[in-house]
Design a protein around this ligand. Structure first.
Ligand SMILES: Cc1ncc(COP(=O)(O)O)c(C=O)c1O
Length: 371
């Protein structure tokens, strides 16, 4: 399918006509029941911010605030908890050995901490590979979960490769939040785990009087697994309006934007960014068909925009880390500035539209943001 690449008026961006009619199967319903039975479970807040609606020229803006999710400062525990549960259950059924297993993963911070937390709670071990550029406090938080941490002198993609190699022993299970050909089942469970976040948004919007669902959802993107969950949620609904779905990445690591622009998944060389959790060079292979089919647009933002969004959300009472605030920064890049009218039209947005920003982490998740 030919890609419709605009000139680059404010930030790099690509729009994909037709994404709102793309359809897929829904996530399994039992995920929500699993999460609600966890001792620390509570829905995270969905906070309405009228000043942002006024600034952006839309009807209502809501922020899904993931700064405290299952006792951790990012949404990632939703995926890790369900995937670890499924992986350990499958191992028990297949007669895995009697001793504890080592859950192995690579992380830009949040996912590894969530896997380490699950391992500790379930009496298992964890071994977490951390690339360059993750703040020492984020590393210390993983160590505090009693995980073994291996810091490597390379990128996130290199850390994923090392973790996969380290997990190739009978007493280890790789719990990675990105897929590649031949490694798809556990990343699939992680994506299923994220569906709880979307289900909560539905209920919270209904309670706020938004009966038709949102007009646009803005999603911070690293490898695209969260975006895969969001696409799955909104493109599997039997009825109701299909919202526009916007992917937001740092300019230093915009692998999904590049891939959508080219029409095929590509790996890129990443740079440095304060949005550490989004610093990924290759889209998940399992996510790609969903991103390619169901995302309306992708944008990349500079660090300065993310840092400003952190401060602006804080002033409005929402605690966001730079990855979480990227949802706002990306929305601003698309809805304001030169060419904004064309982009608003491409997304089907008007003065009464309802927008949901997924603020995927709090400041405690990513302390070295420079803000
Ligand atoms: C806080 C935060 N937001 C968003 C993302 C992006 O998720 P994904 O890599 O599934 O695109 C991550 C990934 O680690 C993250 O830590």
């Amino acid at each position: 399918m030919p890609e419709n690449v605009s000139s680059r008026p404010v930030s790099p961006w690509v729009a994909r006509p037709g994404a709102r009619t793309w359809r897929c199967a829904p996530a399994p319903a039992e995920v929500r029941a699993f999460h609600t039975a966890l001792p620390d479970y509570a829905p995270t807040p969905l906070t309405e911010l009228p000043p942002l609606a006024a600034e952006l020229g839309v009807g209502r803006v809501f922020v899904k605030d993931e700064s405290c999710r299952l006792g951790l400062p990012a949404f990632k525990a939703l995926g890790a908890s369900w995937a670890v549960h499924r992986a350990l259950s499958a191992r028990a059924v297949s007669g895995g050995g009697p001793g504890p297993v080592t859950l192995v993963t690579a992380t830009d911070g949040n996912h590894g901490r969530a896997v380490a937390r699950m391992a500790r709670l379930l009496g298992q071990h964890a071994h977490v590979f951390v690339p360059q550029g993750v703040h020492p406090q984020a590393v210390a938080a993983i160590v505090a979960e009693r995980a073994r941490v291996t810091e490597i002198a390379g990128s996130y993609d290199e850390a994923v490769r090392e973790a996969a190699e380290a997990a190739a022993t009978p007493d280890a299970v790789l719990v990675q939040d990105t897929a590649w050909p031949g490694y798809e089942q556990i990343p699939g469970w992680i994506v299923e785990g994220y569906s709880t976040l979307c289900a909560e948004v539905d209920e919270q919007l209904t309670a706020a009087g938004v009966t038709e669902g949102p007009g646009l959802v803005s999603v911070p993107v690293g490898v695209g697994s969260l975006a895969q969950a969001v696409v799955t949620h909104y493109r599997s609904r039997p009825s109701g309006r299909a919202p526009a779905l916007l992917s937001v990445e740092p300019e230093a690591a915009s692998c999904v934007l590049e891939s959508l622009t080219l029409g095929e998944p590509v790996g890129i060389t990443t740079g440095e960014t304060v949005m550490a959790g989004l610093n990924c060079g290759t889209p998940s292979s399992a996510a790609w068909p969903f991103l390619h089919g169901g995302l309306d647009a992708a944008v990349a933002i500079p660090d300065a925009d993310g840092i400003r969004a952190v401060a602006d959300l804080a002033a409005l009472g929402v605690s966001s880390g730079p990855c979480g605030a990227a949802a706002l920064a990306g929305l601003r890049a698309v809805l304001t500035g030169a060419g904004a009218e064309e982009r608003r039209t491409a997304l089907g947005l008007g003065a009464t539209s309802v927008v949901v920003l997924l603020s995927t982490e709090g400041p405690a998740a990513n302390p070295g943001d420079g803000s």
